[in-house]
Write a protein that binds this ligand. Structure first.
Ligand SMILES: CC(C)(COP(=O)(O)OP(=O)(O)OC[C@H]1O[C@@H](n2cnc3c(N)ncnc32)[C@H](O)[C@@H]1OP(=O)(O)O)[C@@H](O)C(=O)NCCC(=O)NCCS
Length: 203
């Protein structure tokens, strides 16, 4: 298990990833035992929000299977733990399956409703970006449900993503048309040079 990025404050207390608003925040790799809580967090956002275009909350077995798929590809699936409780998760998946997309990943991130706006999302996504960059990926894409999702658009902008475009009314959920906002940022050298290593080919 990899645990990061908690450091010690002068008082000896852990602090999160350069953000002083949440104490005792730990970002680490997801473990099978986390999926009860992940199912609860994601289920809330599926049923009550527009960020995900799923309409039925998936069961724990389905989310565990998605996690295994992410792991099989060697991609990161992280959780944010606050006071020993999982309060959010983020992972990277293939952006699209066709092989020429192999240097591009898509991020997914959800934070428990009680702790949004406190820095957990920024800590999780920063670590996800760091991991994907280290693996040799060159672009990260966010497909954000709802152009009114200021938290997700703000989070991604804060971490260097720019809006690549908006698919107008691409979804219909909770009784209304919903846009998809596509945001993108380069990882590492981005498109500044050609890749030395080819993570898609090594899998
Ligand atoms: C979107 C989400 C992951 C953001 O995580 P978070 O923990 O709430 O965000 P943070 O507190 O870490 O904020 C990080 C940055 O995002 C931006 N941000 C966060 N909430 C914001 C809001 N309501 N309005 C505008 N900007 C916001 C800010 O720039 C903030 O940086 P700052 O604290 O330096 O100002 C979280 O709110 C969430 O899970 N929302 C519901 C589901 C969702 O939309 N998931 C994303 C799917 S693409």
């Amino acid at each position: 298990m990899t645990t990061s990025p908690v450091s010690s404050s002068p008082s000896g207390k852990p602090v999160p990833n350069g953000d002083a608003s949440l104490e005792d925040l730990v970002i680490r790799d997801a473990e099978p035992e986390d999926f009860g809580r992940i199912t609860e967090i994601y289920g809330h956002h599926v049923l009550h929000g527009l960020a995900s275009f799923e309409e039925r909350a998936p069961e724990i077995a389905e989310l565990t299977s998605r996690w295994q798929h992410v792991r099989e590809r060697g991609l990161p699936y992280l959780v944010a733990e606050i006071d020993d409780r999982v309060e959010g998760f983020a992972y990277a998946g293939a952006y699209r399956p066709r092989p020429a997309y192999r240097f591009t990943v898509e991020d997914t991130i959800y934070i428990a409703p009680d702790v949004v706006g406190k820095g957990a999302g920024r800590a999780l996504l920063s670590e996800l970006i760091r991991r994907c960059t280290a693996l040799g990926y060159r672009q990260m894409v966010a497909v954000i449900g709802d152009s009114a999702n200021v938290a997700s658009i703000g989070l991604h902008a804060r971490l260097g993503f720019r809006v690549a475009g908006t698919l107008q009314s691409a979804g219909f959920k909770l009784g209304r048309w919903v846009d998809s906002v596509i945001m993108q940022r380069g990882l590492g050298d981005g498109d500044g040079n050609f890749p030395e290593h080819d993570p898609g080919r090594e899998k």
